[in-house]
Design a protein around this ligand. Sequence first.
Ligand code: DUC
Ligand code: ZN
Ligand code: ZN
Length: 468
Amino acid sequence: MATVLIRNGRIVTASEDFHADILIEDGRVHTIGRDIAVGDDVEVHDAKGQLVFPGGVDVHTHLDWEFGVARTVDTFGTGTRAAAFGGTTTVVDFCNQNHGESPLKGLEDWHKRAASACVDVGAHMIMLDVNDQALADMETLMLREGVSSFKLFTAYPGVLMVDDGVLVKAMRVAGKHGGQVSVHAENGYLIQLLVQDALAAGNTSPKYHMLTRPPEAEAEATARVIRLAEYTGTPLYIVHLSAMGALQAVAEARERGVHLHAETCPHYLFLDTAEYERPGFEGAKYVMSPPLRTADHGEALWRGLKSGDLDVIATDHCPFTFKEEPYGRKMSKQAGTEAFNKIPNGAPGIEERMPLIFDGFRKRGLSLNRFVETTATNPAKLFGMFPRKGTISVGSDADIVIFDPDETWTIKAAENHSRMDYSLFEGFPVTGKVKKVFCRGNLIVDGDEWLGREGMGEYLSRGESGLI
Ligand code: DUC
Ligand code: ZN
Ligand code: ZN
């Protein structure tokens, strides 16, 4: 493996901001210092005038994933290549237990699909059928398989939802071995009722997805699961937080000292309910759960990022194309033309996250350190990958992004690298562009050129959930 020198860059981590060179050997950061002298055999990259930060860590993706009758369109190969073009070099993806099966079987299936990954990948386990054997399997997952986080749902009754007793059982087991429970927190029964009401009234268009999943459903479920975590003492992570009532519950719990962390996603920061007023079926592009909220919720989330009540920005990349062709109806929003509750639930974003957040943070006066912290360091710490991932320090994996903070460009789905035929952020002007990306010292993105390959990603056996 080549020895690599990145010189003259401005290195930004969650806590530092300084000019230095980085020498990479055997895929790891070997030396950080000024004016490192090397021989002709070393691959040198000049980062003068550029930022150099750790590769992004996206801890919320659904690649090649069967979701009810739908399936996400990106493979691990296409999804992680897109991630890399956007400056993300670590992905933690959701695999799931199937009803009546062991979660270990779910992980085995996931490994086959994940074999095409171009960047390093870990797995969270979605628990659906939490019987005694599954609880024992959770221990095996943590102790033997490197899966230290579990997702449970308080939404989708009859499909994904678990009751509060199950949540407590899972929390107890996860807590025994330093694991963590993540929760999709929306009140499933309230949503079910509102969906029935809407359909009975003949309201089938995409915007009813939003109208039947009100912020109160999220606020209630978030406050409830926080109390359960408070009782068990197990670290809790709220995924894709979108509503200010939910954020308030997080902030209050933190005041009480609850071991709790929360994630939001770029779409909740940059978009609002106006997207559901688009003509025809276009609103289906924005059908994800929780749905987009009114702009005041977005403003509250930005405040949460400033105050520290929100710790992580991840994508919830759950891609279904808008058009049916070429990947078929199962992978397309068109599967739901009959009614909003049949629209495959999820949206893309794996490639846009880092530049979009960089630009948003700059405009909102959040620091570069906080940008790195929320997009790389915190997720690496919370999900047991730090300091191998999420920072630039001696001994860390050389996952590094060279980033031009001044280049202005426009987001266009047609220029993205995933299989998706739309972007939630189409036409957004962005200042700040990924120029080069290294994954364990390998240059995998050089401008518009792809130098990586499918299968080069390694499986990340993760450890205990860390503190931040
Ligand atoms: N929750 C997710 O995290 N992703 C896709 C759909 C959902 O409900
Ligand atoms: Zn969810
Ligand atoms: Zn998700």
